[in-house]
Ligand binder design. Structure first.
Ligand SMILES: [Zn+2]
Length: 385
């Protein structure tokens, strides 16, 4: 099958992040097994989702993991001109479908090259590591790393995460942590402002603390010019609270995210926030003893990526793509998790992030073809060492 034919098959499985992915995982497993590849699959606890791993080439230290996710983002509320789960060639040089670019295009370039990999005299192995639930917070990334370690006796050295980058090597990425804070105060007539503790007023204090924290980091020189904005950002995106202007709110909930540059420690920032919350609880507890602030994870933290440009994986990806400029991005991916797992990692895949997650998502036929070439060049590199 060609990459286009495989891509057409892959996009026909409408598997969203969070949903069972067995349909697409089974198809990929059957395809690989039909080529004689030994597939390792790991099920989630409920047995509804599977990650797919395999190795092609010798069981020797130092190979390259090709990593991608099988899930896609929803199409609900988006105005598509065509069926999002059918690969459409409109004759304009682009192939349209949900996931065509993010990131089943990359999976197709890997799968289309299995025979090339088998025929080549690979000196170092190539691994596939295909995950699920990436689009709802990179929930499987850490497990993927542990599964690789549990499955293979040898140790891969590098990971190439095929998120759409127009085949530019991406060496840096911000980390992300999404949280929810619930403030419980006391209710009453708004005139009783001194006798009650308003959850809204206390939330406002916490939100300002977070904004000040962000500004303080900047003032203290926590800057990485490779990113825009060039600092860690802290943002509150949603708040729910209150009934009427004349009623003191006894509950307020706000949702926020921290997007960290590689130099900043997200847990340190959140722990400082928790310490401030503890102080506030003590103080306001004198007015209302059940005053509480609770902060929980909406998504576990996804680490930043910060691969040294002198790392051999960067040189390798430059050679196999012909792109000599390394770049950084602000979106999150599993790359930081692979890097944290000990594999030097670069993001590089066909298609543009500008086309991802939107209506009429597409990958250009050129990009798909160049992606196939990139994998072929990788096979050549690993055969000639
Ligand atoms: Zn993606």
């Amino acid at each position: 099958m060609t990459a286009t034919q495989i891509l057409a098959k892959l996009v026909s499985f409408p598997v969203l992040g969070g949903e069972s992915n067995l349909s697409i995982a089974n198809w990929i497993q059957t395809y690989l097994e039909s080529k004689g590849v030994k597939v390792y699959r790991f099920l989630n606890e409920e047995g509804t989702k599977a990650s797919i791993h395999c190795r092609i080439g010798p069981s020797i230290d130092g190979g390259v993991i090709l990593s991608g996710h099988m899930d896609v983002v929803p199409v609900k509320g988006q105005e598509w001109d065509t069926n999002p789960f059918e690969l459409i060639d409109k004759g304009d040089g682009n192939l349209y479908a949900r996931g065509s670019c993010d990131m089943k295009g990359f999976l197709a370039t890997c799968l289309a090259n299995v025979s090339e990999m088998q025929k080549a005299n690979l000196k170092k192995p190539i691994y596939f590591a295909f995950s699920f639930d990436e689009e709802i917070g990179c929930l499987e990334g850490e497990n993927m790393v542990n599964q690789i370690k549990a499955t293979f006796n040898e140790t891969p050295k590098y990971a190439l995460i095929g998120e759409p980058s127009l085949l530019l090597p991406i060496v840096g990425q911000k980390g992300i942590y999404v949280l929810k804070t619930v403030v419980t105060g006391s209710s009453g007539h708004s005139s009783r402002i001194r006798q009650e503790v308003s959850a809204i007023h206390e939330s406002a204090r916490l939100i300002l603390w977070l904004e000040n924290k962000m500004n303080q980091l900047v003032a203290n020189g926590h800057i990485d010019k490779r990113f825009n904005p060039s600092h860690t950002s802290i943002h509150i995106g949603r708040i729910e609270a209150g009934i009427a202007p004349n009623i003191i709110a006894d509950k307020a909930t706000f949702y926020w995210d921290v997007r960290v540059i590689p130099q900043d420690d997200v847990l340190h920032i959140v722990n400082e926030f928790r310490a401030f919350c503890d102080e506030l609880e003590l103080e306001k507890g004198k007015v209302f003893k059940d005053f509480k602030i609770r902060t929980t994870d909406e998504h576990p933290p996804v680490p930043a990526l910060n691969t040294d440009e002198s790392s051999p994986i960067v040189g390798l990806v430059k050679r196999i793509t012909g792109n000599n400029e390394a770049a950084t991005v602000s979106y999150a991916s599993e790359a930081g998790q692979f890097a944290e797992g000990g594999y030097e990692s670069v993001i590089c895949g066909p298609g543009s992030i500008a086309q991802a997650h939107r209506a009429n998502e597409y990958i250009s036929i050129d990009q798909l073809q160049n992606g196939v070439e990139m994998i072929r060049n990788l096979v050549r590199e690993l055969s000639s060492q």
